[in-house]
Design a protein. Structure first.
Length: 103
């Protein structure tokens, strides 16, 4: 069951706000931070890496939640979402994306 987020939580969309944040959402955000911290500042990660690290045996259902986690982090200025090396608007990005620290 989703729990309510802090009053100052930043969401990526109305759907994300409606869903709220649950333990899985928090775990995905934390994992994005951990994976990026373990790499060079210029490196990026794929949402599938995040999903696989949280649930190695059943990661596919976590792909969209991992993308939502990245979008929330973009809204807070913590990461950027890229396609083909260029920063893109996370609300309109379709297809494969990468997550990196802001440059």
């Amino acid at each position: 069951m989703p729990s309510s987020a802090p009053h100052d939580a930043r969401y990526c969309s109305a759907a994300c706000r409606k869903h709220g944040l649950d333990d899985t959402d928090r775990a995905l955000e934390q994992r994005i931070d951990e994976l990026l911290a373990a790499r060079a500042r210029s490196a990026s990660i794929c949402p599938s890496e995040v999903a696989r690290s949280v649930a190695p045996d059943d990661w596919r259902p976590l792909m969209e939640p991992a993308r939502r986690a990245a979008r929330r982090m973009v809204a807070r200025g913590e990461v950027e979402i890229t396609q083909h090396g260029s920063v893109v608007d996370p609300s309109t990005a379709k297809g494969p994306i990468r997550i990196r620290r802001p440059r």
